[in-house]
Design a protein around this ligand. Structure first.
Ligand SMILES: NC(=O)c1ccc[n+]([C@@H]2O[C@H](COP(=O)([O-])OP(=O)(O)OC[C@H]3O[C@@H](n4cnc5c(N)ncnc54)[C@H](OP(=O)(O)O)[C@@H]3O)[C@@H](O)[C@H]2O)c1
Length: 329
C-alpha cells in the first residue's frame, strides 16, 4: 500500500510517499481502507519532534517511533480480527488513532474497534475525517470542563481553526451567546457558522473591552492567566485546550488549580478523551447543528504540502487529506 513515511524529525520535506506492507489486523483490530484523513496539531508536533517532552513519553528520543503520521481517519472496514464485535467488512467508520499508534496518512490502517465509530451515511468521508479530534476537543472543553449552560456568554479564543469552528457551532447548540475571536479574514466565516459576535484579535484585545464571559474556551493561550480571570463573570470558567505559548500553558497548569480553589472562578485544562463522543457528534451532524468547516483538501501524495500549510498556522477550519484507491477517491 502507499503511505506517507518519515524516519527523522524535521520539516514537512522529510515526509516521503512510499510503498509499504499493508497491515494485518490483530484479533481485536479492524483493518480500515482509508478514504480521508485530517491534519491535527499532534501530527505537526510528531513531525517536528516538539515539544521535546513528547519525544520521551510518546514518539522516540532521537527518531520517530511511529513511521506513519495521522490521527483522524474516515474509511471503510475491509477486514476484522476474530474478537471484533461491533464492525463488519463494508461498514463506514471514522475515529482518532492518537492512542493506538497513529498511521492515518496511508491507504490502510489497523485500529482497535474502540477507536472507531460508524460514520453517518449522510456525512462524506472528508467531513468525517475532520471531526474526531477537533470536534471532541471542542465538545469536551465546552460541556465537560466548561459546564456550558443555555444563555451563557461564551467566548471562543482561536475560533476560526479546527477546534474553534466546531466549538462555535457546539456552543450555539447548547444555547449560548457566542463570541468568536480570530483574525480579520475569518470573521465572516465565524458569523456564517453561528457566532453572535466576533472580535478581530489583530484590532482589539478582548481582555480590555469591558465585557465579561461565563465561559472562555481557549485554543491558543497567548495571554496571562490573570487576563483571562479578569474577564470572567463571578462564577465564570476558563478552559484551556492548548497553547501557542508553553510558558502560558505551564502558568495555567500550576496557578489554575490554586486560583480555582481559592475563589469562585475556575481555571481548567482539558485532557482530551479520544473517540468518547463520536456518536454524539454524529447526532449533531445529522440534526444539522454542526457542519465541519474544511479549508483545503490535498491528495495523499501531497501530504507534505498539507502539513506545510497547517504548520503556517492560519488554517480556516480543517485541512483534509483525501486518499485515492486505484485513481478513485
Ligand atoms: N487538551 C488536550 O488534551 C489536547 C489534545 C490535542 C490537541 N490539543 C490542542 O488543541 C488545540 C487545537 O487547535 P486547532 O487545531 O484548532 O488549532 P488551529 O486550527 O491552528 O486554530 C487556531 C486558531 O487560532 C487563531 N489565532 C492565532 N493567534 C491568535 C490569537 N492571538 N488570538 C486569537 N486567535 C488566534 C488562528 O488564526 P490565524 O493564525 O489565522 O490568526 C487559528 O484560526 C491545539 O492548541 C492543540 O495543542 C489539546
Amino acid at each position: 500500500m502507499k503511505a506517507i513515511v518519515y524516519t527523522k524529525y524535521g520539516p514537512p520535506d522529510v515526509l516521503q510517499l512510499k510503498e509499504v506492507e499493508k497491515p494485518t489486523p490483530k484479533d481485536n483490530e479492524v483493518l480500515v481502507k482509508v478514504h480521508a484523513a485530517s491534519v491535527n496539531s499532534w501530527d505537526w508536533g510528531l513531525l517536528r519532534g516538539t515539544p521535546f517532552v513528547n519525544r520521551l513519553i510518546v514518539s522516540g528520543l532521537f527518531k520517530p517511533k511511529y513511521k506513519i503520521l495521522g490521527c483522524d481517519i474516515a474509511g471503510q472496514v475491509e477486514g476484522v480480527g476474530k474478537n471484533v464485535k461491533q464492525f463488519q467488512p463494508g461498514d463506514e467508520v471514522f475515529g482518532d488513532l492518537t492512542e493506538c499508534g497513529f498511521g492515518a496518512f496511508a491507504e490502510y490502517v489497523c485500529a482497535p474497534e474502540n477507536a472507531l465509530a460508524l460514520k453517518p451515511a449522510s456525512m462524506t468521508f472528508e467531513e468525517a475525517a475532520a471531526v474526531p479530534q477537533a470536534g471532541l476537543l471542542a465538545l469536551q472543553g465546552l460541556r465537560d470542563k466548561g459546564k456550558i449552560q443555555p444563555g451563557q456568554k461564551v467566548l471562543i479564543n482561536g475560533a476560526g481553526g479546527g477546534a474553534g469552528t466546531f466549538a462555535v457551532q457546539i456552543a450555539k447548540y447548547f444555547g449560548a451567546e457566542v463570541t468568536g475571536v480570530d483574525s480579520t479574514g475569518k470573521l465572516g466565516m465565524l458569523r456564517s457558522i453561528g457566532a453572535d459576535h466576533v472580535i478581530d484579535y489583530t484590532q482589539e484585545d478582548f481582555t480590555k473591552n469591558g465585557q465579561r464571559y461565563d465561559l472562555i474556551l481557549d485554543v491558543v493561550t497567548y495571554r496571562s492567566i490573570f487576563d483571562y480571570k479578569r474577564v470572567l463573570s463571578p462564577k465564570g470558567i476558563y478552559v484551556m485546550l492548548g497553547g501557542g505559548s508553553w510558558a502560558r500553558v505551564f502558568q495555567t497548569m500550576f496557578l489554575g488549580p490554586l486560583i480555582s480553589i481559592t475563589g469562585s472562578k475556575k481555571m481548567r485544562i482539558l485532557m482530551h478523551k479520544p473517540n468518547k463522543d463520536l456518536a454524539f457528534m454524529s447526532e449533531l451532524f445529522e440534526a444539522g447543528k454542526v457542519v465541519p468547516v474544511i479549508d483545503r483538501r490535498y491528495p495523499l501524495s501531497e501530504a507534505a504540502e498539507a502539513l506545510r500549510y497547517f504548520g503556517e498556522g492560519h488554517v480556516r477550519g480543517k485541512v483534509v487529506i483525501s486518499v485515492e484507491h486505484n485513481n478513485k477517491t
